[in-house]
Write a protein that binds this ligand. Structure first.
Ligand SMILES: Cc1cc2nc3c(=O)[nH]c(=O)nc-3n(C[C@H](O)[C@H](O)[C@H](O)COP(=O)(O)OP(=O)(O)OC[C@H]3O[C@@H](n4cnc5c(N)ncnc54)[C@H](O)[C@@H]3O)c2cc1C
Length: 397
């Protein structure tokens, strides 16, 4: 008899536990010991990402028919948490690839595009990036200015994309540009293209010098007269904004899982340190001021995880998750700032030093409140959804 989870398309508890433990084992053995060094040197761990690709981590959500592992959303997010607890830079490189380009290609790509691009991506042979933001189109994504013009035989792309994760290390780019102007709506007329990064006219800028996630690559992508055949258009022309929003619902869950991983790691370090560090001849954990901080950190972490896992279950049941994804991302990212700030406090002066991991976790946490929609944007989404037809006694869709 399948368990109810399996009947709903979940992998089942035993298999999930195995996968999450395998992710934790790999993360703690192959990633965590090097995270400080990679951060310090702004070193992109190419070898580790390649190895993760070989193990299936670049096709976690892609169906088995498409050479992925075909995992349910909950298992995927628990694995992202494990990677993020070891190094948030590695988790973002993986989760952008998994939750945005892979999902959009699986949902909207043609069979030929899936054979040519999605299957090698899922097998870990190609790494992808997601290029939607521009210098003047961040929260206001409909303001995209990069253009794609059909010249009778090819699409010709021009423009500059900003802050692209995996920008200069990706093999393929999923790029959103404007292909037509519609006076009634700026969001109409945007389309996605799949662009191999070695196409003439594609150039990555210098790696951005960031506050955190210093081992992940973030670059501009300049497109100058990039010629693409019709087969590079993804889905329907003019539907790109909708595909981006659909992808971002999934992406926001991944960012929430990343924030939870960062916070969990900070809490683990803080609990251990508070048990060892003595002042006034006793461990600082025995001071109520410190123990209450730890209690609040643990409680918020658990609440964020519960919110995220419920959103994941709803997604797997096929329910709309726009509001829940925004709530999970908003709460988890603000929780990660709360927890990492207090972890630094528990460490006192040592927390401010690079010798201890909590200052990196604090720097890494900040971006979760910014990318894939800032906290203000999540509040806009949540508040807007409150005015559609919701039954407040039940959970949100
Ligand atoms: C490390 C990193 C990696 C990234 N990776 C990618 C990637 O792979 N692909 C990609 O396409 N993009 C990526 N981004 C871009 C990211 O998604 C944007 O930075 C983000 O959406 C915010 O846009 P912005 O920076 O233009 O800020 P703005 O939109 O200019 O916002 C500035 C401030 O104004 C507030 N604000 C804006 N509009 C409103 C409003 N209507 N109401 C209230 N407040 C508002 C914001 O909340 C924020 O506080 C990345 C960014 C970073 C930092």
């Amino acid at each position: 008899m399948p368990t109810p989870d399996v009947a709903e398309g979940f992998v089942g508890e035993d298999r999930r536990r195995e996968l999450v433990e395998a992710a934790r084992d790999f993360a703690q053995r192959e990633i965590a010991p090097y995270a400080r060094e990679w951060d310090e040197n702004r070193e992109y761990p190419a070898h580790t990402i390649k190895r993760l690709g070989e193990l299936g981590f670049l096709g976690l959500l892609v169906s088995e028919d498409m050479d992925g592992l075909g995992l349910d959303t909950l298992t995927y997010l628990m694995m992202v948490e494990e990677i993020a607890a070891a190094d948030a830079s590695v988790s973002i490189a993986l989760s952008v690839h998994n939750s945005l380009p892979c999902c959009i290609l699986e949902l909207h790509g043609t069979t030929e595009q899936q054979e040519r691009w999605l299957k090698p991506m899922a097998r870990g042979e190609l790494l992808a990036a997601f290029c939607v933001s521009e210098a003047d189109a961040g929260s206001d994504l409909a303001n995209v200015r990069a253009r794609g013009e059909w010249n009778g035989s090819n699409w010709v792309l021009n423009g500059t994309k900003a802050w692209v994760t995996n920008g200069d290390v990706a093999d393929v780019l999923l790029v959103m540009v404007r292909t037509s102007d519609d006076a009634s709506s700026r969001a109409r007329g945007l389309s996605f293209f799949i662009v191999p990064s070695d196409t003439p006219g594609v150039a990555a800028g210098k790696a951005e010098d960031k506050m955190g996630l210093r081992a992940s690559r973030t670059t501009q992508i300049a497109l100058t007269d990039v010629q693409l055949t019709a087969e590079h258009l993804i889905g329907e022309e003019g539907k790109g904004f909708g595909y981006a929003m659909e992808g971002l619902d999934a992406g926001r869950l991944s960012v929430a899982a990343q924030a939870i991983g960062i916070a969990r790691s900070a809490l683990e370090h803080a609990v251990k340190y508070a048990g060892e560090r003595k002042q006034f001849e006793q461990p600082i954990k025995d001071f109520q001021g410190v123990s209450f901080m730890l209690a609040d950190m643990a409680t918020r972490l658990s609440a964020a995880r519960a919110l995220l896992h419920e959103a994941a279950r709803a997604k797997q049941r096929g329910e709309g998750i726009t509001m829940r994804a925004s709530m999970a991302k908003l709460f988890a990212s603000e929780m990660a700032m709360f927890v990492t700030t207090r972890a630094v406090q528990v460490f006192g002066g040592y927390g401010y030093m690079r010798d201890y991991p909590v200052e990196r976790l604090f720097r890494d946490a900040k971006v979760t409140e910014i990318y894939e929609g800032t906290s203000e944007v999540q509040r806009i989404v949540i508040a807007r959804e409150l005015y559609s037809n919701h039954d407040y006694r039940r959970d949100w869709t």
